[in-house]
Design a protein around this ligand. Sequence first.
Ligand SMILES: [Ca+2]
Length: 164
Amino acid sequence: MKKTLLASLGLTLMLSTTASVALAAEADSVPVAKESNQLFGNGTDREPNNWYDKASEVWLGSDIYGTIGELIEGRDYDTYDIYKFKAYQTKWVDFKIEGDKYPNAWLNLTLTDSDGHMIKTTEEGQNTLGKKLEAGKEYYLEVGVPGYEIGQLFWYKISAKIEE
Ligand SMILES: [Ca+2]
């Protein structure tokens, strides 16, 4: 009995490896010059989250994984991801976004206050922004793609380093 279970587990693993290889081959054939940095979602990017009142709620300090550029609800291309979080302590936080980049389009990150007013945004060519956050306040992080063209797909990860 135990042996059969192990054998079928081995088969499942083998099948899933084959599936990943097939997916990777498909991604390679996309005819757009892109610096790829394949990352995988962890459920934090919950669509539609393109507006402040539909923001995905996250914990400050936990990594966020998402995608930009996919067709959502079968009609609109996803060009914004908005995350909402609360600061529990007054601390300096360094945010960093890493992910795919095209020659004319890149990921940027904007921090806003609880009313959606911009506090700080990443400069062109930069992928980090730092700010002292205040305890008890809510903030939004907005991911955008200046230069975006339909058909481009971006995978990204946002990490936050909180001052000790
Ligand atoms: Ca979105």
